[in-house]
Design a protein around this ligand. Sequence first.
Ligand SMILES: *Cc1c(COP(=O)(O)O)cnc(C)c1O
Length: 388
Amino acid sequence: MRNKNILFHKTHIGQEEIDAVVEAMKSGWVTMGPKTIEFERVFSEYIFKNTDNQILLNTDFLHSVSCNSATAALHLALKAIGLKKDDEVILPTNTFIATAEVVGYFDAKPVLCDVEYDTHNIDCSKIEALITPKTKAIMPVHFAGQPCDMDKIIQIAKKHNIKIIEDAAHALPSKYKGQLVGQIGDITCFSFYATKTLSTGEGGMAVTKNPDFAKSMRINRLHGISRDAWDRYTSKGSWFYEVVDNGYKYNTTDLNSALGIVQLKKLEWMKEQREKIANRYNEAFEKIDHVVTPFIKEDRETSWHLYVIKVSNRNEFIENLKKEGVNASVHFIPVHKQPYYKNKYNYQDSDYPVANKVYEESVSLPIYPDLSEDDLEYIIEKVIKYAK
Ligand SMILES: *Cc1c(COP(=O)(O)O)cnc(C)c1O
């Protein structure tokens, strides 16, 4: 069946998802409660089950802290590592604004790094030149689901004693040298926004092996409230609590978590569906000179969150697809081009030549489990017709 208007993205929602949310509503507990605790537990198990790394066989080493967005998770992560005013954090300019925005929350500075032309990921060879005594962290973004060069980033972070906070909004599930993203950096943040590979409507998860970071994030996602004294001195259900930090209202709800539990079970299946689509696109565009297909490095496994091609007539190309009923998108308008950021931090366009070129040529094509085969073939036909 061919749709007249092919959406750029459609969240996969089956009867199981609907039933789970209805059940959560009927349980009488709609805000953060037992379903959220269960979602955090199965998420930790998912991340550890997919590894050969024996250290993680005990899930106590891996903490999942659920939040109402990845932006909230990234904010809590930076607070957990103690980011302060005037500190600096290095991140790629090719990202969604949230990665830079959370640094601004601290009156710290997002220091932008150029990207690689082939993967669109942070160019690790350009990171060290950006490090100053004020640098506290690197935030790699695994663009479209392909992990960054983590060995190089770890080496740089160790040498300069800085933390790694991964923006893994695209990278569930993705692997770097056989290791699942979520086990690598100091803290890894996933997004469950409507368009992401697992969706709870809105939501996010911060994962860490560090119990102190986990504790800080748990306390600060709910007003800085600590239940330690409550657990120690009183019976469960007491009215007593202590506020030990200047926290936020970043908790999720059991309705969202019920959705997340079902979606997590379908994660591998949904990935396989996207992979099939990516393989078909690759095969179809291989011989088309003016379509540059995604380049995946040999030691990586991408989640295929996005399928991004490069063409030389990008704007006209997207307009033509739109006229034919195919909705494409662009990821991302670089941070250094956004007016607020450009003015505030005085970024110079000429400092990011590769990101500028990537931006000018990039087009994200539809890739999601519910995309029909007829629609896929139709998109391919139109891409070949209009790409230059
Ligand atoms: C979607 C996205 C985010 C933000 O996720 P939310 O859950 O909407 O806050 C952050 N970084 C990147 C790279 C994203 O694509």
